[in-house]
Design a binder for this molecule. Structure first.
Ligand code: SIN
Length: 487
């Protein structure tokens, strides 16, 4: 077992948070560092009865939490934000150890997660209703916004801190309570948030976090339990569809942030150097393991060679290695299945005529390390163009006309993020409007911020996280029609 050099070792919690108590279980499972294979912790493996208890606790706690003023809930969330920032180095260390992303990037994620908590602490005070002129002389109509109730949160391994933070923050701000199931690969970041939430004064039962290895059973329970009003999930489209089916009988509400297949278009009127810098960020952030990572690069013929050369140059500066080591920019992939997926996309593309510019193999470090890879001569029929790689493979498809590029970019069932580089103002508007996605990056490779709505169209999901829109997903609208006595 490796010991993490934490300033506050109590942040490395391995038990579940249920009804304000830290609860162990008979069984445990191992969480290990994907860069080294070293065991980080033995984590409690909670079972379905624990989950039922957590749902009951969340349900019992919800009315009192909702009865608090927005300002009171805001003060608690604000304290949680401050604690996350004050403990960012430790949270980042835990995150890197269980997930693999470089320490600086992990700290960036922790601050990104904390920013959602801060944002929604502020929004808790601004859950405004409405007054509508009555439909008759003796009537008035009011619109109240009220919390949906208990929320089941299912969060992924690629952002173990920020994805939980950006779900719990709007939920708690709105007056909902939560039962969270973090990814079994990365439960420690979520549990550390739980430790800080308790210190911040989140009351018992309001936030419950259960590590476990029973993804499908927990999903089924959360989706079918009558006391759970809503599911918020980040993960694959395949699992999102299963959860929706399971939630149909009890008419669950859903916020789903699902798979992407982001196009990244570079037009002849773009600056190739700026486009390559944006491409590096959009593709290699988290080693290609984000839902908004660029997956397909469509590059116009006139700028193709200059862009590819600039991107190859930037990529050659990436330093692959253990994220806890100084100077490393690119960590391991999460597991062997992830490596195999990149390998499949590379070999399929090569077999169909694509060419390697750099990379194209497992990294000499072994394990789940893969070389940052750049391919040209890619076409729409290759697997990499149809299916999100979720790894460090940049695939370049050459195009001639704007219409052709937009048609190829939209030729997918996914619609989370899209990016393009161009300077002509009319083109900027045309393309931004034409891309069938929920998030567009124009002349930038980074679109993620708590102040803007994050979410997809088509099979990339529903609902929005972050921004002033994000709290709506956790609120019901109630129409109150008031009859006035005749004078
Ligand atoms: C994700 O990959 O699901 C989230 C990425 C982000 O927030 O930028």
């Amino acid at each position: 077992m490796s010991t993490l050099p934490l300033r506050d070792p109590t942040l490395l919690e391995t038990r579940a948070l249920i009804n304000g108590e830290w609860v162990g279980s008979a069984g445990t499972y191992v969480v290990s560092n994907p860069a080294t294979g070293q065991v980080i912790a033995q984590v409690a493996a909670m079972d379905i009865d624990h989950a039922k208890g957590a749902i009951d606790a969340a349900h019992a706690a919800q009315p009192n939490w909702a009865a608090m003023t927005g300002k009171e809930r805001a003060a608690i969330l604000r304290r949680l934000h401050d604690l996350m920032v004050a403990n960012a180095d430790d949270l980042a260390m835990i995150l890197t150890a269980e997930m693999g992303k470089p320490l600086a990037e992990a700290k960036g994620e922790v601050l990104y997660g904390a920013a959602y908590v801060e944002w929604f602490a502020e929004e808790a005070k601004r859950i405004y209703g409405d007054v509508i002129p009555g439909h008759a002389r003796n009537s008035r109509i009011m619109v109240l916004k009220q919390p949906v109730g208990v929320v089941g949160a299912i969060t992924p391994w690629n952002f173990p801190n920020a994805m939980l933070a950006r779900k719990l923050a709007p939920a708690l701000a709105a007056g909902c309570t939560m039962v969270a199931r973090p990814s079994e690969q990365t439960p420690l970041s979520a549990l550390a948030i739980g430790v800080l939430a308790c210190r911040a004064g989140v009351p018992a039962g309001v936030l419950n976090i259960l590590p476990n290895r029973r993804a499908s059973e927990f999903g089924q329970l959360l989706c079918s339990h009558p006391k759970v009003a809503k599911i918020t999930f980040t993960g694959s489209t395949r699992v999102g569809a299963i959860l929706m089916e399971q939630g149909a009988r009890t008419i669950k509400k859903f916020s789903l942030e699902l798979g992407g297949n982001a196009p990244f278009l570079v037009f002849d009127d773009a600056d190739p150097e700026a486009a390559a810098e944006g491409a590096l960020l959009a593709k290699f952030r988290n080693n290609g393991q984000t839902c908004v990572c660029a997956n397909r690069f469509y590059v116009q013929s006139g700028i193709h060679d200059a862009f590819v050369a600039a991107l190859a140059r930037h990529m050659s500066n990436l330093k692959v290695g253990d994220g806890l080591r100084e100077g490393v920019t690119t960590g391991p992939l999460i597991n062997q299945a992830a490596v195999e997926k990149v390998e499949t996309h590379v070999s399929d593309a090569l077999a169909k005529g694509a060419r390697l510019t750099i990379g194209g193999a497992r990294h000499p470090l072994g394990g789940t390390f893969y070389e940052p890879t750049l391919m040209t001569g890619v076409t729409q029929d290759m697997q990499v163009a149809r299916d999100e790689t979720f790894g460090p493979l940049a695939a370049v498809i050459r195009f001639d006309t704007e219409q052709e590029a937009i048609a190829m970019a939209n030729d997918t069932e996914f619609g989370l993020a899209g990016y393009f580089y161009a300077s002509d103002l009319s083109r900027v508007w045309r393309v931004a409007e034409a891309l069938e996605v929920g998030i567009v990056g124009v002349n930038t490779g980074l679109v993620s911020t708590e102040v803007a709505p994050f979410g997809g169209v088509k099979q990339s999901g529903m609902g929005r996280e972050g921004s002033r829109y994000g709290i709506d997903d956790y609120l019901e609208i109630k129409n109150v029609v008031i009859g006035l006595a005749a004078r």
